[in-house]
Design a protein around this ligand. Sequence first.
Ligand SMILES: [Zn+2]
Length: 284
Amino acid sequence: MTTIHLIMRTIFTFAFLLLLVNGLMAQVFENKDLAITQLEKDMWVIETTDMTTMYLIEGTEKALLIDTGTKCEDLEKVLRQITQKPLYVVLTHLHGDHAGNINYFGEIYLHPADTLLMSHLQKPYEGKITFVDEGDVFDLGGKQIVVSHMPGHTPGSIVLLDWQAGNCYTGDAFGSGQVWCQLWPFSPMASYAASCSKMLNIMDQGISRIYCGHYPYVKTTFDKSYVKDMLELAKLIDLGTPPVPQPHPAIIPGIGAKNPMMSTLGQATIVYDPSHINSNQITQ
Ligand SMILES: [Zn+2]
């Protein structure tokens, strides 16, 4: 083969791969509230116009929706344009920007440690709540999604592991570049550091991509180096020696600290409450 043939073949192969990737990442639906994009085979990201995120995973028998976003009219009907399969609806945690549309669904799955937060939702939930915990499995047919408990952002934060794809869906458990800790009902910083260690251990066993809970801000996945930075930073805050601490400009009404602080190390930023570094499940 001549050099020119080799160059041409390389160009065509590259162009084909580019088409393949773009094909998988095609936007498949859009309305006034949200856009749906296929990111991988049998996996879609749903991004709302106010920057919240859901993920939809489909197996051969069932589908699973991770979180329910904010204001999305007729969300259940919108999802039916992507999949007709019976749907599990799993919440990574019970904050309003991840649980905003739960009343479209008759049953939701969440960790029991977050039920305290139910009182902070805008509307009470009228369906069935089924609790999940460490090691529970959603069998979608040819694809199993496993629950792992990662307290810190909230006491009942969970992540969802797709070992076959090497993916982890984390909600806000490790933030989307910046994680809020010590919101009410508080988890100690040490328990967040323990979750970071646990996540690193999981990533050592074959999980390589973290899909975070606010995908529109990052438009990519995080890898192990991000969690490593989070772990080091959480340890320093727990020891009372955060790098360059400074006031955080935003306050979260109802559940946020009155004077939140933030600290950054590498890719990680943690927002924390200096008066609740070691607090645990204090009632408001
Ligand atoms: Zn949250």
